[in-house]
Write a new protein. Structure first.
Length: 311
């Protein structure tokens, strides 16, 4: 572990391990400096993971380069043949529709459709942009413009439509989500302890700060934490499990609704009403506020979906 600097001039998969050394440099002096970390380097065609301890890459001996075992120490590294340019493809496993990734890749050029360099096939990057997990306004620190509309369009054309996902499917998903979250809110209002209510109010303040920042990633994180507190306080494990499972399946729809130009301020106001109803210990008002929140999200998501569909 003490000989990392000596390896930097070597050719043995040096490019592959450059991400490891970049993470080592970025970790120096940070609050994570004394902790173990996983370093993930995702390129156009592959993703690599390594381990850092005290910001220094963990070494492996014997190691390997290009699959050939060698008796020297190199940073521990494992790779998979999936990257940001890996093509997303719809398919069918028996009677069940499924989505697969790779092994085909658009690489860095022409790259994902959202790059605007001529790529037309949907890629992992397009999916992450469409799902709101990559901020199109701050890609590479804002240095490279990418298109949210292009990402959505290619996912819709090459993935959603072939799998038969329609606006009606989305409408039905929101119907179930509205009922479940209304029930969870009512249960919280009726059953939550004082400590759980205080935790929800505290989390609401963090959510307000996140909305004020305008940072989409931060908003998603704090919204998820708000729901964690709400579901725990509902006292019904099965309702919580069903809502979490449903939310995991509708990441794209949730991101789509939040991309509506008027949705962010409305969403915050709706969640503030939920919190106020809970503070008043009013299950009926809380259920109504939760349902109204989901129905407003549904309307925004469906409007954006219809807008993004090919004419």
């Amino acid at each position: 572990m003490g000989h990392v600097a000596e390896l930097r001039g070597e050719i043995f998969e040096g490019i592959d391990r450059s991400g490891v050394w970049g993470d080592e440099h970025a970790g120096g002096g940070s609050e994570l400096a004394a902790e173990g970390k996983l370093a993930l380097d995702v390129g156009g065609t592959t993703a690599k993971i390594s381990v850092l301890r005290n910001t220094i890459p963990v070494q492996a001996k014997p190691s390997d380069f290009f699959g050939i075992p060698v008796e020297i120490s190199l940073p521990y590294l494992r790779s998979i043949a999936l990257g940001g340019g890996s093509v997303v493809k719809p398919g069918v496993n028996g009677r069940k529709p499924e989505i697969s990734l790779g092994p085909e890749s658009m690489g860095s050029f022409p790259g994902p459709a959202c790059y605007g360099l001529g790529g037309e096939q949907p890629t992992l990057t397009d999916a992450l942009v469409a799902a709101g997990l990559i901020n199109p306004d701050y890609f590479l620190g804002g240095a490279k413009p990418i298109s949210l509309d292009a990402a959505r369009q290619t996912i819709q054309n090459f993935v959603a439509t072939p799998l038969g996902k329609t606006v009606e499917d989305a409408r039905q998903i929101y119907e179930v989500r509205s009922a479940l979250e209304g029930l969870a809110g009512a249960l919280f209002a009726a059953r939550a302890t004082d400590a759980q209510r205080q935790a929800l109010v505290a989390q609401m303040r963090k959510l307000e700060d996140a909305f004020a920042s305008g940072d989409r990633r931060r908003i998603r994180q704090q919204t998820s934490r708000y729901y964690d507190v709400l579901l725990e306080g509902s006292g019904n494990k099965f309702v919580g499990d069903m809502i979490r499972g449903l939310q995991a399946r509708v990441t794209f729809l949730r991101s789509t609704s939040m991309s509506h130009p008027d949705r962010a301020p409305a969403s915050l106001a709706e969640m503030q009403r939920i919190t106020k109803a809970i503070q008043k210990r009013d299950p009926k008002a809380t259920e109504a506020a939760c349902r109204a929140h989901i129905e407003a999200a549904r309307d925004a998501a469906l409007a954006m979906l219809v807008k993004g569909m090919p004419s």
